[in-house]
Design a protein around this ligand. Structure first.
Ligand code: PHE
Length: 452
């Protein structure tokens, strides 16, 4: 095995790093946005079902493939299934990691700029100005390119330090910080005046909403992104485990913590949102956290500290996710092309930076065509989100579930799980879910996307 491949220092290190990958902007921003657009508590219910029955089995499937093969997605499928179109999983993984990182880091760059503004008093401008502040900030060109590049550079630096000294070490510091910040913010938010209305919206389901099949599609899509599934991030992280490390309980922990953190984020956003006059929970997109919440920070006594903590939380969450996005193509270059880790981190990081430039300029800071693409419509940024989040991840997830369930097969995968002794989920239950339930749900989701 090449020197540059590396290994986790411990199973806890793996759990922290994988949870760090999962917990990101998807939890703190994406989840509340989807809850707002999907009609509140009913969405939360469907989300929990999607996580447990559709996504958790794939998560365990990815880790089992990684631990067994000791290789990233491309190496793993080539070894376990040398014939057939399964190498597509490898191609999708490397490209999804690279391109998702390219737009994800633009938003990460905004979070850092907001953190800076909160610390330096720049959010004090008053409630009416918050929306205008966001439009102005997102429309800047050089500043956003710089912030995105900085975020990518720090990510590449950390990935270059390797699995144990870089990725695991970062997760060991960042995850506790994230959790503490989250708790402080949730306590502050639920004690705001007017918080009750937000809590009711978040917790009292309107079951008539469940008739809309779109909710299931949205919930599966959100759960997929939130758990970092469909692009081999967990195959890659699993490949740095020792064959003797147990993964069933680790998978449960990752799923549990990711879901808990998404739910906690709702306890921050909704009470905080509803405490602002005229708040509409269906405000999706960047507006929700970048334009709405700063209104609160600007008016609340001590709000700037609250604001700084919130944007620090977002930056930290984004950072442990960008690390995993970069690690997928980097490990591919190390395994498949025999590159050194340093060369891989620098080259892929630079490539992502180049692609991130048009993403950063999609909000008015660049040529008008980037903000509104000819023919396709929408901005370059929207196009990237659409192709990679909405199509590549579900297709990748479908291929992975078919690969594990049918091609490599639950007989082999189950044998690998049984080596750990008895535990939950039983290989049998898991086998049924990954063979039938997960692929069926993903086909449904893909058909729904084709139809819309
Ligand atoms: N799960 C991360 C989030 O919730 C995003 C991500 C997706 C990270 C895919 C890695 C791979 O923000």
């Amino acid at each position: 095995m090449s020197e540059d491949r590396g290994r986790w220092g411990s199973r806890t290190g793996f759990i922290l790093a994988a949870t760090g990958s999962a917990v990101g902007l998807g939890n703190i921003w994406g989840f509340p946005t989807q809850v707002g657009q999907g009609g509140g508590a009913a969405f939360v219910l469907v989300y929990l079902v999607a996580v447990l029955f559709i996504c958790a089995p794939i998560l365990l499937g990815e880790i089992v493939v990684g631990r067994y093969s000791q290789l990233g997605p491309m190496g793993a499928v080539r070894r376990l299934a040398p014939t057939g179109p399964w190498w597509l999983i490898g191609i999708l993984a490397v490209s999804a990691g690279t391109f998702i990182l390219s737009f994800y880091s633009v938003i990460a760059g905004w979070t850092v700029q907001y953190l800076w503004l909160a610390v330096t008093g720049g959010l004090e401008s008053g409630p009416e100005a918050s929306g205008a502040l966001f439009t102005e900030l997102a429309g800047q060109s050089w500043r956003n390119i710089f912030a995105t590049g900085l975020f990518l550079a720090v990510t590449a630096w950390c990935v270059n330090r390797g699995i144990k000294r870089g990725i695991e070490a970062a997760a060991r510091i960042m995850m506790p910080v994230l959790f503490v910040l989250l708790m402080i913010l949730a306590v502050r938010a639920v004690t705001l005046p007017g918080a009750g209305e937000g809590l009711a919206y978040y917790l009292r389901p309107d079951l008539s909403q469940l008739r809309d099949p779109g909710i299931l599609g949205a919930a599966v899509g959100q759960a997929f992104f939130s758990l970092s599934l469909g692009m081999g991030a967990l195959i890659t992280y699993g490949s740095y485990l020792h064959r003797s490390h147990k993964i069933r309980s680790a998978a449960m922990a990752i799923v549990g913590i990711d879901t808990l953190i998404a739910l906690l984020a709702g306890f921050i956003i909704f009470p905080a949102g509803f405490s602002i006059a005229g708040f509409d929970p269906a405000t999706g997109g960047p507006g929700l956290i970048f334009a709405v919440l700063p209104q609160l920070f600007a008016t609340l006594p001590g709000g700037l500290i609250f604001g700084a903590a919130f944007f620090l939380l977002l930056s930290v969450a984004a950072f442990t996710s960008t690390i995993s996005l970069l690690e997928v193509p980097v490990s591919h270059a190390i395994d498949q092309w025999r590159w050194s880790r340093r060369k891989a981190a620098a080259t892929v990081g630079l490539f992502c930076f180049v692609v991130s430039i048009p993403c950063a300029l999609s909000f008015g800071g660049g040529p008008a065509a980037l903000a509104d693409l000819p023919v396709i419509g929408g901005s370059f940024f929207d196009l990237m989100v659409n192709v990679w989040n909405e199509w590549a991840l579900p297709i990748g997830g479908l291929l992975i579930s078919l690969f594990v369930g049918w091609r490599w097969g639950v007989a082999h995968a189950g044998k690998e799980l049984r080596r750990e002794g008895p535990g939950f989920p039983s290989p049998k239950l898991w086998g049924v879910l990954i063979r039938f339930v997960s692929p069926a749900a993903l086909v449904f989701l893909i058909l729904l996307r084709i139809a819309s």
